[in-house]
Ligand binder design. Structure first.
Ligand code: ZN
Length: 322
């Protein structure tokens, strides 16, 4: 087995309203809009990316903008909650910020920590979990949330599956995850160095419902590969374990392989490099429509078909206006 994946690389979900989505992730959560691109498999639709200043691996929350898709339901066979790390001591700041911005939230204790649960405009469940991230992050100096309280990348993903045992075995025997804790039907795993950004919670829900790929659901979670060599090793391991794995696909910002874990959740392993500065300077990230070289011929058509996105610019602490 190759060295375990270090942690979450990115999480990709489906939004039905790109503008509301941008207003929320930038204006409320204070993530930076780092890339406006297209879905390379459905190229007349957006693929947009949020993250820290550079969209560093471990921070990139991304969305396919698919307004024509059905709005169905989240359920087993999917990532059902995405957790972000907020700095220790920022819990009350976030409770107040969310209240001031009229975002409904609930509070709970999970394992050893306090959790604030909210939903994005499409209904995707998000947890804000206090912790101390070991990720290499670059702060967004002009962001609406002060650096001391700003989101520090991902904390965790929660997978819901109808039957947990096969996923459990796959995570621990093939992918190198370690079981850390259990609470009822929820089992917590960690990979790599452990801690925030490496956590996977597995929830067994035999009564369903089964999730459907639709607006307001998570499409896949990507795990990090430090380089191409490590990704190739992972691919070999997964194929040997009987997973149906795609060839390496060049996504321009990273290279990717995709497969489903036994519970049906779509996994990706994506390389840390080259990252989002491959075609825009750090200060200009997200400002234009970024296209991989092999899609440049479509630029004029895409400029006409894609609905313009307004990035909130007049950001002030506590609220945002476009
Ligand atoms: Zn992906």
């Amino acid at each position: 087995m190759p060295a375990a994946v270090p942690g979450i690389h990115h999480v990709t979900s489906i939004t039905g309203d790109v503008q509301k989505n941008v207003d929320f992730y930038v204006g409320v959560l204070g993530l930076r809009f780092v890339k406006k691109s297209i879905n390379q498999d459905v190229p007349d639709t957006y693929h947009i990316y949020f993250g820290d200043y550079l969209g560093s691996p471990g921070t990139a929350m991304t969305f396919f903008g698919w307004p024509a898709w059905p709005k169905r339901r989240t359920g087993s066979g999917q990532v059902t909650t995405v957790g972000f790390t907020i700095p220790e001591g920022s819990y009350e700041f976030w409770v107040k910020r969310l209240r001031d911005l009229h975002i409904e939230s609930s509070r709970a204790t999970r394992f050893d920590g306090d959790v604030i649960t909210i939903h994005d405009p499409d209904g995707i469940e998000l947890d804000l979990v206090a912790g101390s991230s070991a990720l290499k992050l670059t702060a967004w100096p002009d962001g609406p949330v002060p650096h001391e309280q700003a989101i520090q990348g991902f904390h965790s993903v929660t997978l819901t599956v109808a039957e947990a045992q096969a996923t459990h075995d796959f995570l621990t025997h093939t992918m190198g995850f370690r079981q850390k804790a259990q609470d009822g039907r929820r089992t917590r795993f960690e990979t790599g160095g452990g801690g925030p950004d490496s956590i996977l919670d597995l929830v067994e829900s035999p009564e369903g419902p089964a999730g459907e790929e639709s607006i307001g659901t998570v499409h896949h979670v990507a795990w990090r590969a430090p380089d191409d060599k490590r990704q190739a090793e992972w691919r070999e391991t997964l194929v040997a374990a009987g997973r149906n794995v795609t060839p390496v696909i060049d996504r321009w910002y990273f290279k990717s392989i995709y497969y489903r874990e036994p519970g049906g959740v779509l996994f990706e392993i994506a390389t840390d490099s080259p990252g989002f500065t491959i075609d825009e300077k750090p200060e200009a990230l997200g400002s234009g429509l970024s296209l991989p070289p092999w899609f440049q011929v479509r630029r004029d058509t895409l400029d006409e078909t894609l609905t313009p996105i307004v990035i909130p610019t007049n950001l002030v602490q506590g609220r945002a206006s476009s």
